[in-house]
Design a protein around this ligand. Structure first.
Ligand SMILES: [Zn+2]
Length: 243
């Protein structure tokens, strides 16, 4: 099996260029998340429609969802890879687009349980612009659900100022599953994202090893030593990240 190397030019990871990445979670091999991730069974199915430009970005959270939820499927759209996926409507399930479209209805526990059929959530995954563009071609008449107002994003890896009010894909799904299936699923998903965020900030030199939840194993410490730095995240950003 081939392994991806650093290839996320927009994230400025040049300092670690050449390190091998885990082919599943795309983290540096020494900081692989896979063994730390829970496996969560849900009745709700999640289809993440992942923009082509997201497929190899280590900071993509749709990939993380697929590693945690056996009921989650990733489907590429956009870019040169061809036509968007078709929505496969299962009469035994209720299928919704999870996206704040103008006609979206707020997801509530009442809505989730007013019909015995379980839900399938189709979730566009990409930048805000990619997602909006994708929704136009993907919506295919699907009714849309939006999340009730809640906490701002805790995802500190991309353009935090611009995207503070935009949840990551994982956060949006976590919040929806919290409403549909209960708080423990939401909490476990958010904890996994926090682990990914902290390890990534560590690789960027913005968080010290001691500040990474659960600490680092020997390989993680070797990563720090080989990077030759002992940097620390500014206290203000850490506070925000710990939310
Ligand atoms: Zn991994």
């Amino acid at each position: 099996m081939s392994q991806a190397t650093d290839q996320e030019p927009r994230q400025g990871l040049g300092r670690a260029r050449g390190r091998l990445r885990c082919p599943a979670c795309l983290m540096h091999e020494t900081l692989c998340l896979c063994e730390a991730l829970p496996r969560l069974s849900t009745e709700t199915r999640v289809e993440v429609w992942q923009h082509a430009l997201e497929l190899e970005r280590p900071t993509n959270t749709g990939r993380l969802l697929a590693l945690i939820l056996p009921s989650c499927r990733l489907r590429p759209f956009g870019g040169p890879r061809g036509a968007p996926p078709e929505v496969e409507l299962d009469p035994e399930r209720r299928t919704y687009l999870l996206f704040p479209a103008p006609d979206a209805v707020v997801l509530t526990a009442e809505l989730a349980h007013q019909d015995p059929r379980p839900l399938t959530l189709v979730v566009p995954d990409g930048t805000w612009t990619q997602a909006k563009r994708g929704v136009r071609t993907l919506q295919a008449g699907l009714p849309a659900l939006r999340l009730p107002d809640g906490r701002p994003t805790q995802f500190a890896l991309r353009s935090p100022r611009r995207d503070l009010d935009r949840l990551s894909t994982l956060e949006a799904v976590a919040r929806a599953l919290g409403i549909i299936e209960g708080h423990p699923v939401e909490a476990a998903l958010l904890a996994a994202q926090r682990l990914m965020v902290e390890r990534t900030l560590f690789t960027r030199g913005e968080l010290s090893a001691a500040e990474v939840t659960g600490g680092l194993d020997a390989r993680g410490h070797a990563h720090a030593l080989s990077a030759g730095r002992q940097s620390r995240m500014p206290a203000s950003r850490l506070a925000k990240n710990n939310g």
